[in-house]
Design a protein around this ligand. Structure first.
Ligand code: CMP
Length: 137
């Protein structure tokens, strides 16, 4: 069993696809082990995406991620990290396989609807960033 952190980003909430994202995970046999809606401050977003601090898109990404509510969830199952990434599709929706979340709903590489931890090390940073152990089922 593995746990990964997934986020429905502000564009996903605005487009009203929170449910569609969760359906894709659940239909694949994965379990939602924690779930909540919140709004990041710019400082929160910068801390969450600190690994990208030297990237040219760091400022616009953290502006975008703090512009409206997001839904954060822990998704659990065998190989959950790689399976969630497969279900989301490529970071750039132009390269995302048909039927993936980003192919179905995303508009561009930044506004790409969902986030999923890219490794166990990332999941270990991202899960406690949002969830204290009492909130994880
Ligand atoms: P995510 O999976 O949340 O991880 C980092 C995010 O940075 C990524 O999804 C995109 O939203 C964004 N991102 C990655 N590459 C680029 C890029 N080249 N230009 C703009 N945003 C990007």
């Amino acid at each position: 069993m593995e746990q990964t952190l997934s986020i429905v980003k502000p564009d996903g909430v605005k487009k009203r696809v929170i449910g569609e994202v969760m359906v894709k995970f659940e239909k694949a046999g994965l379990k939602i082990a924690a779930l909540k809606m919140l709004k990041l401050t710019k400082e929160n977003a910068k801390k969450f995406y600190i690994v990208h601090k030297d990237k040219p898109f760091y400022n616009s990404l953290t502006d975008f991620m703090s512009e409206g509510p997001i839904v954060v969830m822990i998704v659990e199952g065998e190989n959950a990290i790689s399976r969630v990434r497969d279900i989301m599709g490529a970071t750039n929706p132009k390269n995302a396989a048909p039927g993936t979340i980003r192919s179905d709903f995303a508009s561009d590489i930044e506004h790409n609807i969902v986030h999923g931890s890219d490794s166990q090390a990332s999941a270990s940073y991202e899960i406690p960033f949002f969830f204290p152990s009492l909130e994880i089922m």
